[in-house]
Structure formats: structure tokens, C-alpha cells
Design a protein around this ligand. Sequence first.
Ligand code: AP5
Length: 226
Amino acid sequence: MGVKRIVLFGAPGAGKGTQAEWLCNAVDLAHLSTGDMLRSAVANKTEVGLKAKSFMEAGKLVPDDVVVGVVVDAIAQSAKSTPNGYALDGFPRTLPQAEALREMLAKRSENINLVVLINTPEELILERLTQRRSCPDPKCGAVYNLKSKPPKKAGVCDQCGKALVQRNDDRPETISTRLQAYRKETEPLAAYYKKAGVLVDIPGSGSVYEVAGRILEAVAKLGRHA
Ligand code: AP5
């Protein structure tokens, strides 16, 4: 098929970022993570970052108008650097975001051709998020897991040598707010994309490679049907 426009969708800690990175390397797509873009904006104290900071620290969703603006720019940039397409990671997360994306793409006679719902049981999510450690440097942003993907040297990023941190929003009380926001505002999008005929629901349990295999299978089927 031609240009791939894929959404990786799922709860906090479902494995979206891990799988997006894997998929984008495998099939040469741009990885567009709204979480990474917003964390970078916060670190650089940009206007977007100043608007987003308090929401992110509280585990709440950043207002739609702020996020949509960031994504519109990122999609436009990615078309120049990665013509094969992109995988959106963490966007859309509300019905107004999904509608804004649909309208933006429709203006160019485009649409999202696959939405992968990574369905991960809550006990695994809690384990994955509390064990996650991240590189704080926005240019690196490598993600580790004390259990499933520890760094070679404890507490230090393998790729850039910076001291690893626990994300502010990976503390138990904030995780609970994020999961509530997911259930209330984001989960209903599964029905929206199912109705549009683009949703594939895959289990998020198992190793990174097992989950990646399920996603690649869905992407390969997309190629055959297009
Ligand atoms: P964001 O960064 O998108 O956070 P999230 O959706 O809560 O997702 P996570 O990054 O926590 O998890 P993930 O699913 O990517 O899992 P990962 O692969 O890292 O957003 C952060 C905040 O920004 C939001 O709370 C909100 O405030 C704001 N925001 C972002 N987008 C927004 C939007 N569209 N609208 C409004 N606000 C927005 O995996 C987790 C851990 O598990 C890692 O340690 C990983 O190594 C490990 N792991 C992954 N897969 C496996 C596996 N198969 N086996 C074992 N370990 C695994």
C-alpha cells in the first residue's frame, strides 16, 4: 500500500511508545508521540510547554486546542522527512481530537488507515509504569524498565550516559488519575474507530517482540487490502 497513517492506541503503559519505536524502525515511519513532544516543550519552557505542564504533572489531559496544534505541525513536518507515513502515539485521546484529525486529513483526501488498540491488562500496566525509568534528555528520551529492559549500568542511560529518572507522572497516585482519564475520555474512541472500520484490537501482554509481531501482522494485512 501507499502512505501509512497509523494510530497506536491504548491505556497509559500499554506499550504504545515501545511498539511505535519498533514499528517505525521496521517499516520506516515517523514516530509522532504527543507525550514526547509535550515533555520536550515543557523542558524547553516553550509557550506550549507552559500551557501543558500543570496538566501533565497532575496526570490530566492537556487541552485539545494545545495538542491539536502540536500534531498538525508534526504531521506537516513528517511528510517532508518520512514520506512513507507515520505512527501517532498518544493521539488522538478525545473525540474532539479524533474529529480534528479526521477533518485535517479529509482536506487532503487522506484518512487514518489503521488504529491498533494495544489491550494490556491493568495489573501489567501498573507493573510496567512503576518499573519504567526514562532518559530525561528530550534529544535522547530512551525508555527502560527495571524488570523487562534494565539499562546496562544501573541508573544510567545506555545511549547518552545521563542519569535515568522516574517520570513525574509515573508515581502511583498520578497513574491512577491517568487511568481514569483514559477510561473516561480516550477508551470511547475504540468504538469510533471500530465504526470507521479501521480498528484492530491486539493483546498487549507477552514480550515486546510478541506484541510487535501482532502489530506487524495487522500492518501487513493492511497492505494486502489496500
Ligand atoms: P504519554 O507520554 O503519551 O503517556 P501515556 O499515554 O500515559 O503513555 P505512556 O508513555 O505512559 O505509556 P506507553 O503506552 O507509551 O508505554 P511504554 O511503551 O512506555 O502522555 C503523557 C501525558 O502527556 C498525558 O498524561 C497527558 O497529560 C499529555 N498528553 C499526551 N498526549 C496527549 C493528548 N493527545 N491529549 C492530551 N494530553 C496528552 O511502556 C511502559 C513501560 O513498559 C516501559 O518501561 C517499557 O519498557 C515497558 N514495556 C513495554 N512493553 C513491554 C512488554 N511487552 N513487556 C515488558 N515490558 C514492556
